[in-house]
Design a protein around this ligand. Structure first.
Ligand code: NCD
Length: 318
């Protein structure tokens, strides 16, 4: 069937075979990234603009490296310093950039749905690098690749997503992806952070960590996203760590070969014990970062192929 998307706005728009196509190509880019010479030419001649309206370390660096390794001209817009501060709307900024003929636009924005809206106004491929608490598709794809490589498959696994699910676009995208690939997902956390409506996605909800982690293959921890909280969601960080922080004792409920994941940035001693995070026998947190570059290379490569094909199909104006 092939990969037929024009943009990468959310996992909700992808078919299972499209998810597999991205991951298969990403596996090849993992090999390339481990060589001394890391160059390929999938994006040669194309322009990639990264617009991050929210802070980012991993995601922005990884999109930048991905574009450069594939030969694109990559520009990072410093959105804090841009005209947005002078009152220009998101759409005006996008239209201005669009007039410079970018081919790939990578956008992170604090408002859910903002990236989708923007994609309707420009004529290039748009990649969502996180919109509010809505979706973060490349994060879910890199998590999927990490799981598939560690477990040898991406179906019939028991995955626990733990902590601040309510404010997390990472949780939402992962929940959708893991469901599409026929895994069982549990959401673990206090009711203030794991609202009951998440059961709609087909997940089981657990308030108790030991029960929630029982016999799972994958433990995915989330950061407490205080920047999105508008009140007291937890009693105190100490109490939270005691009940929900991942330590060796809580992890002992999972399968002996269960892997530990975290999208970063991590708060050691809040949602995860530093020793577990650093335990190379359990934690795949560094692999997640490595897979991030490869998955973004694969996603941009596939979108660029569709972009070129759609342009070739258009009549040329003379
Ligand atoms: C996540 C995000 O920005 O949604 N980080 C990331 O992209 N690696 C998760 C978070 O901020 O906690």
């Amino acid at each position: 069937m092939g990969f037929s998307q024009k943009h990468l706005l959310g996992i909700e728009h992808l078919r299972p075979d499209e998810i597999t196509a991205i991951l298969d190509l990403a596996d090849q880019y993992v090999d390339l990234n481990r060589r001394d010479v890391k160059h390929a030419d999938a994006l040669t001649g194309l322009t990639q603009i990264n617009m991050f309206f929210e802070n980012s370390t991993r995601t922005q660096a990884s999109f930048e490296l991905a574009g450069k390794r594939l030969g694109a001209d990559v520009m990072n817009m410093a959105m804090q310093a841009s005209s947005i501060k002078k009152g220009e709307t998101l759409i005006d900024t996008a239209m201005t950039l669009n007039a410079m003929h970018p081919d790939l636009l990578v956008v992170r924005h604090p408002h859910s749905g903002a990236v989708d809206l923007l994609s309707q106004k420009v004529n290039c491929a748009v990649l969502n690098a996180g919109d509010g608490r809505h979706e973060h598709p490349t994060q879910a794809l890199l998590d999927a690749l990490t799981i598939r490589r560690a477990k040898g498959r991406l179906h019939r696994l028991n995955v626990a997503i733990c902590g601040d699910v309510a404010h997390s676009r990472v949780a939402r995208s992962n929940l959708i992806l893991l469901g599409k690939m026929e895994n069982r997902v549990r959401l673990v956390g206090p009711p203030t952070l794991v609202p009951a409506q998440f059961a709609e996605f087909g997940a089981e909800i657990y308030e108790d960590m030991a029960e929630g982690l029982k016999d799972v293959d994958v433990v995915m921890m989330l950061r407490l996203q205080r920047e999105r909280m508008d009140g007291g969601f937890i009693p105190s960080e100490r109490e939270y760590y005691h009940r929900y922080g991942l330590d060796a004792e809580k992890l002992s409920n999972a399968k002996p070969d269960a892997i530990v994941m975290h999208p970063g940035p991590m708060n050691r001693g809040v949602e995860i014990d530093g020793e577990i995070a650093d335990d190379i026998n359990r934690s795949v947190i560094q692999e997640q970062v490595e897979m991030g570059v490869a998955v973004r290379m694969a996603a941009m490569d596939l979108l660029a192929r569709n972009l070129r094909a759609s342009r070739a199909a258009e009549p040329v104006e003379v």
